[in-house]
Design a protein around this ligand. Structure first.
Ligand SMILES: *Cc1c(COP(=O)(O)O)cnc(C)c1O
Length: 402
């Protein structure tokens, strides 16, 4: 075939122009592909999708996704990273790569809800059982490890209620189980909160760290993505092969958004951390509030472990109202907020909140509070404006009908 045929459609597609090499800019280039073109049949036969030495198909990686994988691995202090289309897909990939019929997975009672839902749905249907454990009690975890245990999930702090567990003790409880090695029990941490900034998951002994890149690494509330990072090459191979078989690839434009967000991530983390602590201590002094849950506050569950293991805290805090306020009043508080919008997810530019019914989410632990709970994600707005918004909503609630 010649480079220039007599047919427009062919010429439009097989155009001979090549831009000059040597263009360099600050952002990495965005490569988008399903098909990857091979220079020869020999190259097509020789190239292996498993190695980052070449390209075979868009699903298995492009220069853009390889770049993001390497940066996320470094961010977490790990060696190998696999990108997936959402944070939840990262949790699912770990489960699908490791668990087989007859195995059991242990999940903290305060875990991210969809992790439990995946266990109750697909894993149960595939003959894989699950048990919840109390993450604030390493002895409870030790007692629940059994002959079928293959995977132990960790999360720091708990989703919504923000108890900070003693991760080294939980990992030690798993590793000291007499059958831990024979059964190949793996620990996997949902590290979305720490994000590779607040602490190094691998220093604390975990085998796998997953993140919703949707949160801090993106920071824009505009993209969904997840990562699975490990230092263990054979675990990485299990993740990578499963990823190849299930087709959990990510797109170049989405990778670009996360790469762009990474530039400002450390600054955003620090700014949102500082803002959240100011608002958390202010909320502690408000008469309507029975408890503020934030691991950096003395007295918040797991504060000592947080202080020992972390150098920062994320932008999440929850408050529990005094029990005399009805759920209708708590709902009215949320509806009265103007800058804090109602919605899920967090670590974006806009402050968010959502009410939660915690007792309905617990199975093995008892929730000590009676009042309604609201979780906040503090965004990048000015702190005095956010505090004024909370103050006016507390006043609106106080005088609403219970
Ligand atoms: C948001 C979140 C996830 C899931 O991330 P998505 O990208 O929304 O699927 C997982 N774990 C935690 C702790 C999260 O906050």
């Amino acid at each position: 075939m010649s480079d220039s045929s007599k047919h427009l459609s062919t010429d439009l597609i097989h155009h001979p122009y090549k831009p000059p090499a040597g263009f360099e800019a600050i952002p990495p280039a965005v490569h988008k592909a399903s098909t990857v073109i091979f220079p020869s049949v020999a190259a097509l036969r020789a190239r292996d999708w498993k190695h980052k030495t070449g390209y075979t198909y868009g699903l298995h990686g492009t220069p853009t996704t390889f770049t993001l994988e390497e940066r996320i691995a470094s961010l977490e202090g790990g060696k190998f990273c696999t990108l997936v289309p959402s944070g939840l897909a990262a949790v699912v990939l770990v489960g699908m790569a490791l668990l087989r019929a007859g195995d059991e997975v242990l999940i903290p009672d305060n875990a991210y809800g969809p992790n439990k839902a995946f266990a109750q749905g697909e894993l149960a249907a595939w003959g894989i059982t699950h048990r919840m454990y109390n993450p604030m009690d390493p002895a409870d975890l030790a007692a629940r490890l059994g002959p079928k245990t293959r995977l132990v999930w960790l999360e720091a702090p708990g989703s919504i209620t923000l108890e900070f567990p003693d991760l080294p003790k939980l990992v030690a409880a798993v590793k000291s189980h007499p059958q831990a090695h024979a059964q190949g029990i793996v620990t996997a941490l949902d590290n979305t909160w720490g994000a590779g900034v607040a602490f190094n998951a691998f220093d604390l002994g975990v085998d796998i760290s997953v993140q919703a890149l949707t949160k801090y690494p993106s920071g824009g509330a505009d993209v969904l993505m997840g990562s699975v990072v490990t230092n263990n090459e054979s675990l990485h191979h299990l993740m990578h092969f499963c990823h190849m078989r299930v087709g959990f690839g990510v797109a170049g434009n989405d990778a670009e958004l996360v790469l762009r967000g990474l530039n400002s991530m450390a600054l955003r983390y620090a700014a949102q951390d500082a803002a959240t602590r100011v608002l958390a201590s202010w909320l502690q002094r408000q008469p309507q509030v029975a408890a503020v849950l934030h691991p950096a506050l003395a007295g918040s569950p797991g504060h000592e472990a947080w202080k020992r293991d972390c150098s920062a805290a994320a932008c999440l805090m929850s408050i529990v109202f005094r029990p005399e306020f009805s759920q209708e009043q708590v709902d009215h508080f949320c509806d009265s907020l103007k800058l804090f919008k109602l919605g899920y997810s967090w670590a974006g530019p806009m402050s968010l909140c959502a009410p939660y019914d915690i007792p309905a989410l617990r199975t093995t632990t008892t929730w000590p509070h009676k009042g309604g709970l609201v979780r906040f994600s503090v965004g990048l707005e000015a702190v005095p404006d956010l505090q004024a918004d909370l103050a006016q909503a507390l006043a609106a609630m106080q005088y609403s009908k219970g």
